[in-house]
Write a protein that binds this ligand. Structure first.
Ligand code: PGA
Length: 249
């Protein structure tokens, strides 16, 4: 069985006080679940506070991005080792906002993925198609290509040890969600691409997940949880979504 996971991507929101209070509230209400893992991805500058606030609650912490290089003259960048040093266990790799707004190519994403694993972090690889690509029936091809780039870098075995989040770009932050059937179609294709080695790989859905649509998405056979943006900024909503995942167990 793939591990179920609920992840909150805080993006570039909040400040030191709000990050600490959100993390504290989650930690207070999250009783360490054997079956479901919770992760939060705060902005880099709030990682320390959030790590301290979650303490031993079982809520894990991750970075939203990393540099593919180990160390050196890369002004403004953050390495995988630096994230691990601050208590991160996970890191988002190739989020569509990184790909679309900051020019991250499949190649760069594959290098970042490898750097993350080398530092002992679990990468959460984000893949997904744009609206235009979906309209042109290219969804499965685009997602397969994004995944293949990482397989070339770390081999199938490496990829299968990570987490993959399918996030249709047109559903991110738009309030529009893929239907459970649309999401399952892509998750099923990803599972097939991974083959036997990927039977226990955690596959998340992301894109406007909220308390009203989470249960139907999590009920799909190849969806093992969610990567939640907007709704993860409210502790009540995020905990509600997490509870719906627990109830699927
Ligand atoms: P959203 O963001 O839930 O606000 O659509 C999801 C994500 O970008 O990971």
């Amino acid at each position: 069985m793939a591990k179920s996971l609920i992840a909150g991507n805080w993006k570039m929101h909040g400040n030191a006080a709000s990050a600490a209070s959100l993390a504290t509230e989650l930690a207070e209400h999250w009783t360490d679940q054997n079956s479901v893992e919770m992760i939060v991805f705060p902005p880099f500058v709030h990682l320390t506070q959030v790590s301290v606030a979650v303490g031993h609650s079982g809520v894990a912490v991750g970075g939203q991005n990393l540099c593919q290089f180990e160390s050196g003259a890369y002004t403004g960048e953050i390495s995988a080792v630096m994230l691990a040093d601050l208590g991160c266990q996970y890191v988002l790799v190739g989020h569509s906002e990184r790909r679309a707004l900051f020019g991250e190519t499949d190649q760069a994403v594959a290098e970042k993925f490898k750097a993350a694993q080398q530092a002992g972090l679990v990468p959460v690889l984000c893949v997904g198609e744009s609206l235009q690509q979906r309209q042109q029936q290219q969804t499965l091809e685009i997602v397969a290509r994004q995944i293949s780039a990482v397989i070339e870098s770390v081999a199938l075995e490496g990829l299968c040890r990570a987490v993959i989040a399918y996030e249709p770009v047109w559903a991110i932050g738009t309030g529009e969600t893929a239907s459970p059937e649309q999401a399952q179609e892509v998750h099923g294709a990803i599972r097939a691409q991974l083959g036997d080695l990927g039977r226990e790989t955690t596959l998340l859905y992301g894109g406007s997940v909220n308390p009203g649509n989470a249960a139907a998405l999590f009920a799909q056979p190849d969806i093992n949880g969610g990567l939640v943006g907007g709704a993860s900024l409210e502790a009540d909503d995020f905990l509600n979504i997490a509870q719906q995942l627990i109830e699927q167990e």
